[in-house]
Write a new protein. Structure first.
Lengths: 205, 205
DNA sequence: TGAAAAATCGTGCTTTTAGAGGATATTATT
DNA sequence: AATAATATCCTCTAAAAGCACGATTTTTCA
């Protein structure tokens, strides 16, 4: 008896791609596809399924919530998260919600087949290392800036030098420099490049 | 005579998906696929192609650079950028490099067929509205940067000084400074602050 | 193979930043 | 009226960046 697969993804390319890649695989049958969570649930109600591939981004509810629903209503169905690189952060939540594995969309045929095999045997599959990704999540708090500091920050970002800013604001260069030093301190950086990059990232300039 | 299509993407799912979606379309033939830029160029040398679908993220060189190369070496080949949502910022550069259109990977069959039709007729196709995204970035052309310049730019943005960058890259400080000066020249700015602000606005860092 | 592009290294000089240590006014705000 | 925060100004030093010449080597590609 072949392994029955349901694919849930709103990208026609991925849907078709997976279907095509699995079409000639032995012992595997794609019994259905869905492009949203409602259709997916409806399909599961009426058809036996062994493994469900769930995209993390779906139009109606997220794949994470769908995963939870599936495991609640159909605990015998094993789930496999489908994700692009940038969504790796969500994978741990998917696992918490009962997913048996995680497959990045750039996976090749071998990975996909291995994932199915592993999961069908009751195991887990994951083809990404989280070591590299965890870092960027760290959010930095926006430092409190005074009116003058904001003005100076803006002018620095526009490429003005301290003397030019001083002229613009009718103050002395040392004053501008003070504000500049305070900006570096508040952002906890040691030069203009980091300062501007952070400020840009926080949408301040 | 059917329209000859080459698909370049390193995601087997997308590759297969597109192929499958276009398989039964009338007047369209997928004559080849490639999962990197080198294979793509090699294929174009030996086979006539009307339209090349180019993924923006490729393992060897970026789709943007590949697009440029293709238009230089095979000006008669029309190019269509393939991208996920998060990469929209790069699309304008793709267009600058001669692409005839842009297709998000979540596109359905209708969009894909319409894109092919439009492009083959000499027109442009784009199924995303840039109003929300590109506003600040679109104005200034993104300068062409060499591999080393990009590296240096990134390290500058991380707050490293010339001596630190030199150490990191195992080159002399004067070399780093040369790259830095070239960056300033290419971005038409006169200091680091402007450089980083611009680069951040263009999504380069 | 030969030309073009990129990457590498150099010197000398000026300007700007970064960092330390202050001090004194001017505003809030309680 | 007293306190705190902000804004202003100062000197000094060292480090880094910016700018202008240059040059050689390596890589890429037609």
């Amino acid at each position: 008896m072949p392994v029955k697969i349901l694919i849930v993804d709103d990208h026609p390319m991925v849907l078709e791609g997976l279907k095509s890649l699995l079409a000639d695989a032995e012992g595997i049958e794609v019994v259905g596809t869905a492009c949203n969570a409602i259709d997916a649930i409806a399909f599961l109600k009426n058809n036996p399924v062994d493994i469900a591939f769930l995209d993390i981004n779906l139009p109606d509810i997220s794949g994470i919530d769908l995963c939870k629903k599936v495991k609640e209503q159909f605990p015998e169905v094993k789930t496999l998260a489908l994700s692009t690189f940038s969504e790796r952060a969500y994978v741990s939540r998917m696992i918490q919600n009962g997913a048996s594995g995680y497959l990045i969309k750039s996976s090749g045929k071998e990975d996909i087949l291995e994932a199915i095999q592993q999961v069908q045997a009751g195991g887990y599959f994951m083809n990404v290392n989280f070591d590299q990704v965890a870092a960027p999540a760290a959010q930095r708090a926006v430092p409190f800036l005074t009116r003058r500091e904001k003005e100076v920050l803006l002018l620095i970002a526009e490429g003005l030098t301290n003397p030019q800013i001083a002229e613009q604001l009718f103050v002395s260069v040392t004053t501008v420099n003070s504000h500049r030093q305070n900006l570096l301190m508040k952002f906890e950086v040691s030069n203009t490049a980091s300062l501007i990059k952070l400020a840009a990232g926080l949408g301040l300039i």
